[in-house]
Every structure is written in structure tokens, then in C-alpha cells.
Design a binder for this molecule. Structure first.
Ligand SMILES: N[C@@H](CCC(=O)N[C@@H](CS)C(=O)NCC(=O)O)C(=O)O
Length: 321
């Protein structure tokens, strides 16, 4: 099998640059489209239980967010979940985990088929997460930050009874600022460390990453979750990076001032979330390690996947109740 050669885009000074998301359709409660219809003039698809399918890779932190939020809100019945193989081949993300190598609902073998069904001239990267319309086979969105916020705010009528309020209106201004800092320095910061091609770019990303983790430790030393005593989207976004930290980012991306397990507040906080239904049960360390170490030949040319670290510590008491 020819493996996909991920080549990160870097700017002239060696800093990692992320491509913009191509498909920014939204499923909203106020779409002007009738059930079964396509996007309205504003690009808003109708809200319908059972119509859309979330394609994720268990290795991917951006996709992992969407899977966690879907589960926490009880949208499992309303939105189907399709899981791709953590290793891409030359055509990209594959449904090899499904019988016959095809997603049983979409009927496709590669996620790229859905991208091309939406835009036959699409030449960008095919990324997860992707929300796909099962009626047309088209990609509604690969805009991962908007996708999860919409699950909270637009899909409300289909949430389970007692679902958490992950994006509370009164906290949004503070949350948006916090999530932007966490995105820049932590979620994307680990990629900026790992894919830097100059010492200066790496040094800058590394310093910002650990300064932010120190600030987050401080914040979380006085409260259980990032926004207080209830889980919000901000916790989901931080969790998906923390849970990959020692398994992938510490070694593979050279984020090695400390391991997560050496940062006592963040380690207890991450374990607390891990042990919360909807978090740890979505984590697949095998997929995480095989994806990162196995598919970035520029930074791990041998493709050897480390056997460690021991993940037994995730189940130990966190003491934060
Ligand atoms: N769509 C976003 C985030 C999602 C993303 O980067 N997903 C990764 C997996 S973690 C992916 O699908 N990569 C496939 C590729 O780059 O070809 C982006 O391009 O920045």
C-alpha cells in the first residue's frame, strides 16, 4: 500500500500554516430549505434527524472534538458516525474498517469521493471531520470549529434530555477568547512545533505552548473545568490535545519540556475528563500512535510506532470531584 505523504505547508520563515476549511455549509434550525432540500441561499441545510453522517478518524484531534460533542449531547441517533482507517493511502482517508471497505451508508470507499461529489474540481486536502449529507453524498462542512458549536446551538431540539450546555450564551465572549488562545498555542501549537522547519519557528511555538499550558494549570488549580464547575466546549477542545500529548506530541512533535503526566494539575484535569462518559470511551491510543508516527515521513522517516507510553495511569483517581 502506498501511504499518503503528508507534507505540511510552511511559510518562508519555517512556520507551519494550516489550510482554510473549504466546505462551510451549516445545518441550522432556521434553514429556509424544506426537509430533503439542499442548502438555502445562505448555505444553510435543513435540520433533520438521520440525514447527516459525521466522518471522523479516531486519531484526529479536530474530528475527535465533533465525536465527543455528538455523544455528550446525545445526538448518536440523529447523526450517524463513520470511522476511517487511521492510515491514509495515496487517495486519502479510507473506510477499510467497514465490511467490504465501504461506508455502509454512504457507499463510498474513500472520503475523497464525497469531496469530489461536492466539488469535482476540488484539489485541496481531504480532511476530517466532515459532515456528509446521506441524500446527495455531498460534504456539508469540514469547518470543524463551527461544526461543534452548531451541534450545541442548532441541533438543540434533538439533544437528549438533560444534555449539557456546552456553549452557554452568557459565557461566549470569555469562552471564544479562551478557545482562541488555546487553539493558537495548544491545539494548533503542537502542530506548529512538530511541523516547523526552522529552529526559530519551533522555539517560538514551543515557548508559547508551554507558557499557555502553565497558564491553564494556574486557571485549573482553582476550578474543576475551564469555565467553572460545568464542562463546556472549551474543555472538549483542550482535552483532545491533552489526551494525545504523551502518546504523540511529546515525542513525535518534540513538545518535550514536560510530559502531561509531569504537569500535576493538567494531568488530573485530563484524567477527570477521560473518566467522564463520552470522553475516554472515544479515545483510541493505537490509532493515535499509528497515525502520527506512521504518516509523517518528514519527521519520522522510519515510520516506527513507539510501544509506549503505558496508558494505565488514565484510569487512576483524579481527586478533582
Ligand atoms: N480541516 C482542518 C483540520 C482538520 C485536519 O487537519 N484533519 C487532518 C487529520 S488530524 C486531516 O484530515 N488531514 C488529512 C490531510 O491533511 O491530507 C485543516 O485542514 O486544518
Amino acid at each position: 500500500m502506498a501511504r499518503a505523504q503528508f507534507s505540511a505547508e510552511t511559510s518562508a520563515d519555517g512556520a507551519f500554516v494550516r489550510q482554510p476549511n473549504r466546505f462551510t455549509g451549516r445545518v441550522t434550525a432556521d434553514s429556509d430549505s424544506p426537509p430533503g432540500g439542499g442548502p438555502d441561499a445562505r448555505g444553510r441545510w435543513p435540520l433533520e434527524a438521520g440525514r447527516y453522517r459525521l466522518v471522523w478518524c479516531q486519531a484526529c484531534p479536530w474530528a475527535h472534538r465533533a465525536a465527543i460533542v455528538r455523544g455528550l449531547l446525545g445526538l448518536d441517533e440523529a447523526i450517524g458516525l463513520a470511522t476511517v482507517d487511521p492510515i491514509r493511502d495515496e487517495r486519502g482517508w479510507r473506510f477499510t474498517l467497514d465490511p467490504g471497505g465501504r461506508d455502509p451508508v454512504l457507499g463510498i470507499a474513500y472520503l475523497s469521493e464525497a469531496y469530489l461529489a461536492t466539488d469535482p474540481g476540488y484539489a485541496g486536502r481531504v480532511t476530517v471531520p466532515a459532515l456528509v449529507d446521506t441524500l446527495t453524498g455531498q460534504v456539508v462542512s469540514n469547518d470543524y470549529p463551527q461544526l461543534t458549536l452548531d451541534l450545541s446551538t442548532q441541533w438543540r431540539s434533538l439533544h437528549r434530555a438533560g444534555a449539557p450546555e456546552l456553549y452557554p450564551a452568557e459565557l461566549r465572549v470569555e469562552m471564544d477568547a479562551l478557545m482562541a488562545d488555546v487553539h493558537r498555542d495548544v491545539n494548533n501549537g503542537v502542530y506548529r512545533c512538530g511541523f516547523a522547519t526552522s529552529q526559530a519557528a519551533y522555539d517560538e511555538a514551543f515557548t508559547a505552548l508551554f507558557a499557555r499550558l502553565d497558564a491553564l494549570s494556574e486557571r485549573l488549580s482553582g476550578q474543576r473545568y475551564l469555565m467553572g464547575d460545568a464542562i463546556t466546549e472549551a474543555d472538549v477542545r483542550l482535552f483532545t490535545t491533552l489526551v494525545r500529548f504523551d502518546a504523540a506530541y511529546h515525542g513525535h512533535f518534540k513538545c518535550n519540556r514536560h510530559k502531561l503526566t509531569e504537569l500535576p494539575v493538567l494531568w488530573a484535569y485530563a484524567r477527570d475528563l477521560f473518566q467522564t462518559p463520552g470522553f475516554g470511551d472515544t479515545v483510541n491510543f493505537d490509532h493515535i500512535k499509528r497515525h502520527y508516527y506512521g504518516t509523517h515521513p518528514a519527521i519520522n522517516p522510519t515510520g516506527i510506532v513507539p510501544l509506549g507510553p503505558d496508558t494505565a495511569g488514565w484510569a487512576t483517581p483524579h481527586g478533582r470531584g
